[in-house]
Ligand binder design. Structure first.
Ligand SMILES: Cc1cc2nc3c(=O)[nH]c(=O)nc-3n(C[C@H](O)[C@H](O)[C@H](O)COP(=O)(O)OP(=O)(O)OC[C@H]3O[C@@H](n4cnc5c(N)ncnc54)[C@H](O)[C@@H]3O)c2cc1C
Length: 481
């Protein structure tokens, strides 16, 4: 950390945490004209798009050098793992960057109907259903490249890449963003989108602000992924999902992506986490309750090594909740709240936060209203946080246990799952809505759902759907390659 002697509030000088320094009383622009965004991954890019749409100048600061080709990069280690965007996220992205979904498709993204995706739940295969939504499946580096190109083409957005932020300070009403060996950037407002490992709590402490209350709920999930090429051996066009459960904490999924490729992901909890080498990758698939994925992989050509990722805990920093908060500072994306990635929520939540940012950026002239907007942004994490933490706490490997309300809720949704595999449309629709973050959790208690659940408690459960016929072709695919 480099502290400049002419910067009285630079990080590192005010080491003792204090309730929060007095805000400068001098004039501050009612609307920030220049906003610095730290981090040019999805949350930073969406934030930049929102701020630019509000007519402000944006400087995106990114530590990686960003190539013009779709490749994984060091600052985003999860880039080698599969990523999907939930339906709510697609809508928010389209609102921020009109036409972006069509651009993803034109670049090779696969549009998958999740209602027709073979999906193995603890109680059997889900029936095909029209009560669902589409997702776009493509490699994360390609999606990031396409979104970045769009954002950088917006008027007022510039990128400083290959420079790492090492601290923040205040100078009058301005913020100063300190760069390692590259000077400082002055801005009226700062948005931190530097991800799960953000140093913002440390920078804030240096400025005299209290650290955020932080929660970590961790079920020790491990990912192992491998990319494959389809040389014509596989005719399946959907994808396949096999859920892990607390009783059998090993799951997997396979998704077609651009250029005739597939991503195959294994996920396991605690001591069931998948290994790093090809032999353990194949062994893991063979232990799953259905041979579909082993057969699929046997019919594809490997296209790279196994990539593992184990930083998957739910981590939430509740900025603005306690103590003082500075004017003109907002936090978004994984820096604010990172989820267990298996629920696929992070990009969607970041895009929804950007929708709020578009309005927030007009109200950052004082500490009180900045803090109010930060709270609104944080509130968007409540529902996805409840989903992912409550689910994770069911696993024996989790660092906590469900409370009574969560246990009752799980019993309810468990009953819904049993009904859903038997083609109960109300339960299927409620699951699709909540999974895609298209509605509030109250959908799980909609009158039609409640009627089904209560009826099932006094009657018999429906017969589960048969194994999807599209999977029957996989053995045949295997033989023909
Ligand atoms: C294994 C895995 C799988 C996932 N799968 C999905 C999925 O299927 N669907 C989904 O929606 N989400 C998924 N996520 C979550 C998703 O990756 C993130 O939510 C999403 O990338 C938004 O994160 P972000 O932009 O806040 O942070 P990140 O993507 O972590 O990016 C942070 C950026 O800030 C930069 N940076 C950090 N520090 C500094 C600094 N000091 N100075 C300058 N730049 C800095 C980094 O280089 C990086 O570019 C997954 C996550 C993981 C770990």
């Amino acid at each position: 950390m480099v502290n400049s002697p002419d910067s009285p509030t630079a990080v590192g000088i005010h080491r003792t945490p204090m309730p929060g320094p007095a805000e400068p009383v001098s004039w501050a622009p009612s609307r920030p004209q220049r906003v610095a965004v730290i981090g040019a991954s999805f949350a930073g890019l969406f934030a930049a798009a929102a701020v630019a749409a509000a007519g402000r100048e944006v400087i995106l600061v990114e530590r990686d050098v960003l190539k013009n080709t779709p490749e994984p990069r060091p600052g985003v280690p999860q880039g080698r793992q599969p990523h999907v965007v939930l339906h709510r996220g697609v809508l928010a992205m389209q609102q921020l960057l009109p036409g972006v979904a069509e651009e993803l498709l034109a670049a090779g993204a696969q549009r998958l109907d999740t209602g027709h995706l073979p999906w193995l739940s603890p109680y059997g295969w889900m029936p095909a259903s029209d009560a669902s939504y589409h997702v776009y499946s493509l490699s994360r580096p390609l999606m990031e490249l396409l979104v970045r190109r769009r954002v950088l083409s917006l008027p007022g957005v510039t990128l400083r890449q290959g420079v790492r932020v090492e601290g923040l300070s205040r100078s009058g009403n301005d913020w100063e963003v300190h760069l390692v060996n590259a000077g400082r950037i002055r801005a009226d407002a700062v948005i931190d989108a530097s991800g799960r490992s953000s140093r913002l709590p440390h920078w804030l402490a240096g400025l005299g602000y209290p650290g955020p209350p932080t929660a970590l709920i961790e079920a020790r999930l491990g990912y192992a992924s491998r990319r494959f090429r389809n040389n014509g051996g596989v005719s399946l066009r959907t994808g396949v999902v096999m859920l892990a459960t607390p009783e059998l904490p090993r799951g997997a999924l396979a998704l077609p992506i651009e250029d005739g490729r597939w991503m195959v992901l294994e996920n396991g909890y605690g001591d069931q986490r998948p290994g790093r080498d090809v032999a353990s990758f194949e062994r893991f698939l063979a232990t799953l309750p259905d041979p579909a994925l082993s057969r699929l992989v046997a019919a594809l050509e490997p296209d790279g090594d196994v990539a593992v990722h184990r930083q998957t805990g739910n981590q939430r920093r509740r900025y603005g909740r306690r103590g003082a908060w500075p004017r003109g500072l907002l936090v978004v994306g994984d820096s604010l709240c990172a989820f267990n990635p298996i629920y696929g929520q992070g990009i969607t939540v970041a895009a929804c936060q950007a929708e709020v940012l578009q309005k927030a950026v007009n109200h950052l002239s004082n500490a009180r209203s900045t803090r109010r907007w930060q709270r609104r942004i944080t509130a968007l994490t409540d529902f996805p946080w409840a989903v992912s933490t409550s689910e994770d706490l069911r696993y024996p490997s989790a660092n906590g246990r469900q409370d009574l309300v969560q246990r009752l809720m799980s019993r309810w949704t468990d009953r819904m799952s049993r009904l859903a595999v038997g083609d109960d449309q109300a339960c299927l629709q409620a699951f699709a809505d909540t999974y895609h973050l298209m509605g509030s959790p109250s959908r799980l208690f909609a009158p039609r759902v409640a009627a089904s659940v209560l009826r099932s408690m006094v009657g018999t459960l429906p017969k589960p759907a048969p194994r999807p016929a599209v999977l029957d072709g996989l053995a045949q695919d295997n033989v023909t390659t």
